[in-house]
Ligand binder design. Structure first.
Ligand SMILES: NC(=O)c1ccc[n+]([C@@H]2O[C@H](COP(=O)([O-])OP(=O)(O)OC[C@H]3O[C@@H](n4cnc5c(N)ncnc54)[C@H](OP(=O)(O)O)[C@@H]3O)[C@@H](O)[C@H]2O)c1
Length: 285
């Protein structure tokens, strides 16, 4: 028998999010640095995503840097009323594939102002701390976010790559509405964090849901995919939709074709036997 899954999730209690969203890190150059090879296609991807029902887009000032946020504004502003753009701050860029952490209040202040300008927004609906900075007491970063929320610059606050202990600490400063950790059918290191967020109605937003395009365990995925006339990428995404109702998907792509394929995941209903078979991929990396 086919399993059913919730199509939407209520973020922060006031935004109804289509669980199939879009991650906008890939609309940049190689090494997530500079402009994309095909800007026109990236603009088409953003517009098509919204046409297909995406109302949650994930980005960060560090993607490009700035490029992803600028393209989102160019393609979509003025935004549809129900579109939620989640951006992030807390990483510096020093070159292609280089991401030093800086979650000092000074840096966060600078990048939050930059994101507001680039995204052409008066308030960020979801602002996520990209990383807790080992050089900065987490409390300092949390206090900055709390203050920015009180000032009305941020509506909701999320975290990225955090443990349950980190989430609990942040909850002393503000309501945590989302947690964005690396997670996929074949990488379940953060299972305890997923369960904690599920119990507390916090969105869990797995990054690298397709392993960056190289999903592992191809044979098992292919067997399941064949039964549904689907692709291995769709099955990898579908498993996430079925696994927990608080998971929001943000697969990244710079291609309309891949976007359309990923959005069709909503039509796949995995069976209990499919889910059981996919358990063979359960490893914590
Ligand atoms: N919080 C964090 O620290 C963090 C870190 C990394 C990423 N993120 C966020 O998470 C999002 C998703 O992660 P990700 O983009 O790194 O990895 P991903 O979604 O696992 O994979 C994206 C890669 O897969 C390819 N792809 C997408 N759909 C495909 C399909 N249907 N068939 C074949 N290949 C496909 C894309 O290539 P094409 O462009 O050719 O389609 C792209 O290179 C990012 O966009 C970003 O918003 C957050």
């Amino acid at each position: 028998m086919a399993n059913t899954f919730e199509k939407t999730f209520s973020l922060g209690g006031d935004y109804t999010i289509n669980r199939l969203g879009y991650g906008a890190m890939r609309i940049t150059g190689q090494g997530i640095w500079g402009p994309p090879k095909d800007k026109a296609e990236c603009i088409r991807v953003l517009k098509r995503a919204v046409e297909l029902g995406v109302n949650f887009i994930d980005t960060a000032d560090s993607y490009g840097p700035n490029v992803s946020e600028e393209l989102i504004a160019e393609a979509l502003a003025p935004y549809p009323a129900d579109l939620i753009i989640g951006t992030k701050g807390g990483l510096l860029r020093t070159g292609p594939n280089e991401w030093p952490v800086d979650a000092s209040p000074e840096h966060l202040s600078e990048v939050l102002e930059g994101s507001l300008k680039r995204l052409k927004l008066d308030r960020i609906d979801l602002y996520q701390l990209h990383r807790i900075d080992p050089k900065v007491p987490a409390e300092k970063s949390f206090e900055f976010l709390q203050k920015a929320q009180q000032q009305g610059k941020i509506k909701h606050i999320g975290l990225s790559e955090v443990s349950v202990a980190d989430i609990k600490k942040a909850q002393q400063f503000f309501e945590v509405v989302s947690v964005q950790n690396m997670y996929s059918v074949d990488n379940r290191k953060w299972e305890a964090e997923l369960q904690y967020t599920k119990e507390h109605h916090i969105a869990f937003i797995p990054w690298f849901p397709l392993g960056g395009g190289n999903v592992q365990g191809e044979q098992i995925l292919q067997r399941v995919a064949d039964r549904h006339q689907a692709t291995i990428h769709q099955v990898a995404l579908s498993w996430l939709l079925h696994h927990s109702p608080n998971i929001l998907l943000i697969p990244g792509t710079s291609s309309v074709e891949h976007l359309e394929e990923n959005m069709k995941t909503a039509d796949i209903a995995l069976t209990a036997a499919d889910m059981q078979e996919l358990e063979a991929l359960n490893v914590a990396k």
